[in-house]
Design a protein around this ligand. Structure first.
Ligand SMILES: C[S@@+](CC[C@H](N)C(=O)[O-])C[C@H]1O[C@@H](n2cnc3c(N)ncnc32)[C@H](O)[C@@H]1O
Length: 255
């Protein structure tokens, strides 16, 4: 019987190349906005940590504005994709480190910026992870959280989370904006800015990236077809199964 941590490794380790070339991950308005925020605020002086770096797109985007960025992930496959991507880009400011969000292997106040993108919905103990991100952040430092959002409407949310879990068994939960706000406030982070964008998930590449087995792809399609009109409209479900969720960005500061 596998633990959640083993499931995460099993899901992501063999898929690093797919994430490196994924259009959803390699670009997007959230990435451009994150880069602009860090350029304006940290201005070349910072030590940063990217938690759940995956194939490294956030770390690659922010590295030019930082002194050093540590890209952390539990998956060795992802870390070697980041290391080779960094070499190709000549990005010597990127270091890789294996580890999990819930137990960051760094001393208190080690970083001026702690960030994460499209990873937190896989974390089993999100509260503990956010507390640990806050612990390794220096006073006055910035936190940048980007993730797919849960829906405020319970019916839509249940369908969305079920579809996500069928596609990827390492999915835990897309948190709503309200859940994030209260979690981040409790961790002692002050909100500076919040932005949201629609993120369209093209169905065939979305399931191919995770190599979702055919029976689960069929279950997702069945769920989408049987969904009530409110859910079809809220998720903008298209004839081929493509649908649209929201990406949220939270820009915060530690007192
Ligand atoms: C979709 S990828 C991340 C994408 C990447 N940050 C980007 O900007 O393109 C999700 C990553 O989260 C990592 N992950 C899952 N659970 C984690 C945890 N508990 N702590 C840290 N990383 C985790 C996975 O190994 C995977 O590489």
């Amino acid at each position: 019987m596998r633990t959640h941590e083993q499931t995460v490794r099993q899901q992501f380790d063999p898929r690093a190349t797919a994430y490196l070339s994924s259009a959803v991950h390699a670009s997007g308005p959230d990435l451009a906005h994150a880069s602009a925020l860090v350029r304006k605020t940290a201005a070349g002086a910072g030590q940063a940590l990217d938690v759940g770096c995956g194939a490294g797109h956030l770390a690659f985007a922010l590295a030019p504005h930082l002194e050093r960025i540590v890209a952390l992930d539990p998956s060795p496959g992802m870390l070697s994709a980041v290391a080779s991507g960094a070499t190709e880009r000549g990005a010597s400011r990127i270091e890789v480190r294996q580890g999990s969000a819930e137990a960051l292997p760094f001393a208190d106040a080690s970083f001026n910026l702690v960030c994460t993108r499209y990873s937190a919905h896989h974390w089993r103990r999100l509260e503990a992870a956010v507390r640990d991100m806050c612990r390794v952040l220096a006073p006055g430092g910035h936190a940048l959280i980007i993730d797919t959002l849960g829906a405020e409407d319970a019916l839509t949310d249940t369908h969305m989370q079920a579809i996500e879990l069928l596609r990827d068994v390492s999915h835990v939960r897309n948190r709503s904006v309200d859940e994030w706000r209260s979690l981040l406030r409790s961790a002692g982070l002050t909100a500076l800015e919040h932005r949201e964008w629609p993120t369209r998930l093209e169905f065939s590449s979305w399931v191919a990236r995770m190599r979702t087995p055919a029976d689960r792809v069929a279950a997702i399609r069945g769920l989408q077809e049987a969904a009530p009109r409110e859910v079809k409209e809220a998720l903008a479900i298209e004839a081929d199964g493509s649908f649209t969720i929201r990406t949220g960005l939270f820009w915060l500061r530690k007192a």
